[in-house]
Design a protein around this ligand. Sequence first.
Ligand SMILES: NC(=O)c1ccc[n+]([C@@H]2O[C@H](COP(=O)([O-])OP(=O)(O)OC[C@H]3O[C@@H](n4cnc5c(N)ncnc54)[C@H](O)[C@@H]3O)[C@@H](O)[C@H]2O)c1
Length: 318
Amino acid sequence: MTYLVTGAAGFIGSHLVDHLLARGEQVIGLDNFVDYYNPLRKRRNLAQALQHRGFTLVEGDIRDTETIVTLFERFRPRFVAHLAAMPGPRPSIANPQLYESVNVGGTLVILEQARRADVEHLVLASTSSVYGKTNRVPFREDDNTDRPLSPYAATKKAAEVLAYTFHSLYGTPISVARFFTVYGPRGRPDMTPYLFVERMVRGQPITLFNGGENLFRDYTYIDDIIAGVINALDRPRAYEIFNLGHSQPVELRRFVSLLEQITGYRAQIETRPLPATEPPITYADTTKAAQLLDFVPTVAIEEGLERFWAWYRAEINR
Ligand SMILES: NC(=O)c1ccc[n+]([C@@H]2O[C@H](COP(=O)([O-])OP(=O)(O)OC[C@H]3O[C@@H](n4cnc5c(N)ncnc54)[C@H](O)[C@@H]3O)[C@@H](O)[C@H]2O)c1
């Protein structure tokens, strides 16, 4: 079966590509290698996949209709995992137009060609950020998501809504997967733990919002996310939204202590007030994903950070 993975060279996309190839699928990976972070890292993410006969890399932009039309005509993907996006709530403040054009406009191009091609299922990557600052935890898929705190979150919410419209108009089967703070090997350098570990190793201070107290993130290990996405892809639905999170929020203060224990480096902590883009807590209710996708996160934060640290050391010693 042929799968299209957009954002294939990114952190989550490259893991998805490797897993699909390992089970014998044909995978078309699309990416524009945008320099949000070092594109060479993205090339390295795909090193294994590029050795594989089942993999084809298409370098292009999801906003470029001609590229996407040609891709669908040439490769006829039956399943689509749409992960390409401009990520990150805080950077989106400086350039909301870019986030809108990629995350909304680009998603529209993918949705349009996916429905024309009558794909069997499209999985859209969304985010816990759509929940904004909510008073009720854990977050459930039917909670109100009308008050996103950043342009990034607003564009991801807009993409979810557009996806619903395409499903409603054309019957395209679509699942939306809301990821909660994903971490692990190949992790994005703008996210913890990469950002913190790098600064700790270099003896530089790290910034903890509110000193890391009363600030919780539902860290979710990459393999658990991939298992959820694959199960979602394998089970076409009319239109559903799923939380994919570990459902065990970790206080940032404790998160840093764990990093100190695992790496043996001390963190110098600078504290800053919580920016308006950041909710105090993210916390996934995964009841729905457990019921419909058999989603059961298995990697505890201690184990996941050990694996991340092993990867990071190998990475800096390259
Ligand atoms: N990492 C997380 O914790 C997290 C949490 C919630 C949601 N998400 C979502 O998951 C998806 C993947 O995130 P990630 O962490 O792997 O980020 P990433 O930046 O590592 O991967 C995204 C990839 O998309 C590519 N891309 C960006 N703009 C493109 C364009 N116009 N055309 C083609 N390719 C383009 C980038 O080059 C990159 O390789 C995104 O949709 C993101 O919003 C991630």
